[in-house]
Design a protein. Structure first.
Lengths: 362, 279
């Protein structure tokens, strides 16, 4: 009979505390004052900040690997004493501030996929990004499948599922009393991890009751999610995006509500465009990068005054095409994970599903 | 841990010489401070660099010195915004940051054995300059070379010192045109596309390389198409607002292409495959 590995819910707190001695642990934490859930360090847990593994976090976890603001290097103007005519410039790279290994616990499968896509951007090809890699390396990802599916979830429409753990190291399924291990990668790192904390990973024979429970949860979540939107085929969608690109009237119509506020891109797990700028005080300063948004007017505005994407519909069209066309051509993947956060935060009620549906049916 | 090269940190370089090209364009000749890097520095005609004035910011400029010149790198800068104003305020001997070379280049090997028609508008001559130098140096591999160079007024031509040399040597036929007639001007008068139409260059075995302001590129390409140039035989080099220059920050995309890594040099054939307009 198949052996089940599971973590008892009642020992979860102890498990997380134990691993936080060896790792930096991040998990979804709810602020009780405003109800907002976000990934944060286990160290902030107290009576006002509590763990919440059920609901979706407001922000994706891209900020852990790609912070909203990040110093690239510092510079200092120096006068050469021997040769006072010449001003030298010294550059210093920020050190690796934190080399402790990370455990990210309780990520939803859509966010695991989000990390895969960030890897495609920052950790592939010739121009790898050392700032990203420094944070991304040595991370153990423990995902929990979605036993609750929200009305704006649509991962099943674009090739995901509430229990598709993708590249997560460990995948768990919450059956109420226990967290059942349903995915375990074969790496030495994870074998060691399981061995190190073997007291918490219990084993038992699979019984009918548990099996039925698992099947019921998986079936129910998949069913609910798949009623939230239709299935999107990556190949068909690129062709449709291409053929409708020049239909300006269509794009103007479907994006007319957009106020170009960029909230959607802020919470999106895959939007990783950034700006680079300098700050300086007296002789010292730094160059940093910060999140930037293609829906913003200033994003493509050139110094001459020319702006290739001057109108909101042109910028929104770029955003949708980036996710449902360009990224597929570059990396063979839809650049959307179906988390529905953009729908959730939009102040004017735009819904990416409706936009893409209008294009498909045009 | 994998050692990854940090491509966002510039190298320090010194401004050796500043040349006034027009009333608002200067050329900088800069030299990398690190001798080893300077010795090993190689670039291809059409590639660009990012110049930093630390504390102000970084902007994108094409390398316009000859690839055969090893002593310095030249960039031409029009005073337009905050960064370019800071660059204009630099003096010889001051320090800048440089990330280069970036981007692709003109496929000069594919152009061997053919006539080459260079068409430049204003500062658009800058990306063509290293290519012209390279091709003149290797002129036995190429057929007839022609440069049609348009500017608003006689004072708006950059690199007049090169043009005079080229005219004297006869290596390349140079035709200059200005927008409106003015006293003492003895060459063509009219907009670049109109003069091109009047010159009627043969499309046969000819490659056209066009660079200039967007509107000039647009109408020039229309005339080239009228003259039966094929999409494969028309090259241009584009610009967009850029930050990282290495295909990460997302800013310079035209459709699925990034100008910084897939470009800046594109054939019209490639550009026509992109759904978004490149002008």
């Amino acid at each position: 009979m198949e052996k089940l590995i599971y973590i008892k819910k009642e020992s979860l707190k102890n498990f997380l505390e134990k691993i936080s001695k060896d790792y930096d642990v991040y998990l979804p934490i709810q602020n009780k004052k405003n109800g907002i859930i976000n990934f944060d360090s286990i160290n902030i847990l107290n009576e006002n900040y509590i763990m919440n593994l059920k609901e979706k976090t407001r922000q994706s976890l891209k900020f852990l690997f790609f912070p909203p603001y990040e110093s690239l290097f510092e510079f200092e103007y120096k006068k050469d004493i021997k040769n006072p005519e010449v001003t030298e410039i010294a550059l210093s790279k920020p050190g690796n501030s934190n080399l402790r290994e990370k455990v990210i616990f309780g990520i939803k499968p859509c966010d695991v996929r989000g990390i895969d896509y960030l890897d495609l951007v920052f950790n592939s090809g010739n121009n790898k990004d050392p700032y990203y890699l420094n944070k991304r390396e040595n991370t153990i990802i423990i995902s929990i499948g979605c036993s609750i599916v929200y009305p704006d979830c649509f991962c099943t429409s674009i090739g995901g599922s509430p229990f598709n753990f993708g590249n997560a190291n460990i995948g768990l399924l919450d059956i109420g009393s226990d967290l059942i291990v349903t995915k375990l990668d074969e790496s030495e790192k994870i074998k060691k991890f399981i061995a190190d904390y073997k007291d918490f990973f219990e084993k038992k024979d699979m019984d009918d009751e548990t099996e039925n429970k698992i099947n019921e949860i998986v079936l129910q979540s998949n069913k609910t999610c798949s009623t939230n939107w239709k299935k999107i085929n990556p190949e068909n969608i690129t062709a449709k995006m291409e053929s409708t690109f020049k239909e300006d009237a269509l794009w103007q119509e479907i994006t007319k509500k957009c106020i170009s506020c960029a909230a959607c891109t802020y919470v999106c797990p895959t939007c990783v465009c950034f700006n680079i700028a300098d700050e300086q005080k007296d002789k010292k300063g730094e160059r940093y990068r910060c999140w930037d948004f293609c829906t913003n007017y200033y994003y493509t505005l050139e110094a001459s005054g020319h702006n290739p994407r001057e109108k909101i519909y042109q910028r929104y069209r770029n955003k949708i095409n980036c996710k449902y066309n360009y990224f597929i051509k570059r990396n063979k993947n839809l650049y959307c994970v179906g988390c529905g956060r953009c729908i959730d935060v939009c102040p004017v009620g735009m819904d990416i599903r409706e936009i893409v549906s209008s294009i498909i049916s045009f | 841990m994998e050692i990854v090269k940090n491509l966002l940190i510039p190298q320090i370089a010194t401004v050796k010489k500043i040349i006034n090209e027009t009333t608002n364009i200067i050329s900088l000749q800069i030299v990398l401070d690190d001798n080893e890097s300077l010795k090993n520095f190689k670039f291809e005609p059409g590639q660009f660099g990012q110049i930093s004035v630390f504390g102000v910011g970084e902007s994108t400029f094409v390398i316009n010195s000859s690839p055969l010149v090893k002593e310095y790198l030249q960039f031409s800068v029009m005073k337009t915004g905050v960064n370019t104003t800071a660059i204009h305020n630099l003096s010889e001997g001051e320090k800048v940051g440089l990330r280069a070379p970036l981007g692709n280049w003109f496929p000069y090997k594919d152009m061997e054995g053919r006539n080459i028609l260079f068409i430049a508008g204003g500062i658009g001559a800058a990306p063509l300059r290293p290519l012209i130098f390279y091709i003149i140096e290797n002129k036995n591999k190429y057929k007839n070379l022609t440069l049609l160079y348009a500017a608003r007024t006689p004072e708006d031509f950059c690199f007049q010192y090169d043009i005079n040399k080229w005219k004297n040597s006869g290596d390349i036929k140079v035709i200059q045109t200005i927008d409106n007639a003015c006293y003492g001007w003895q060459q063509e008068v009219g907009l670049c596309p109109d003069i091109l139409e009047k010159l009627k260059p043969s499309f046969e075995n000819t490659v056209a390389v066009v660079c200039g302001p967007p509107i000039m590129i647009k109408y020039t390409i229309e005339v080239l198409k009228k003259l039966k140039f094929s999409d494969e035989a028309i090259y241009t080099t584009l610009e967009r607002r850029m930050k990282c220059g290495i295909g990460k920050c997302g800013r310079c995309n035209i459709g699925e292409k990034f100008v910084c890594t897939d470009g800046p040099v594109f054939s019209l054939k490639e550009l026509n495959k992109i759904c978004e307009n490149f002008i």
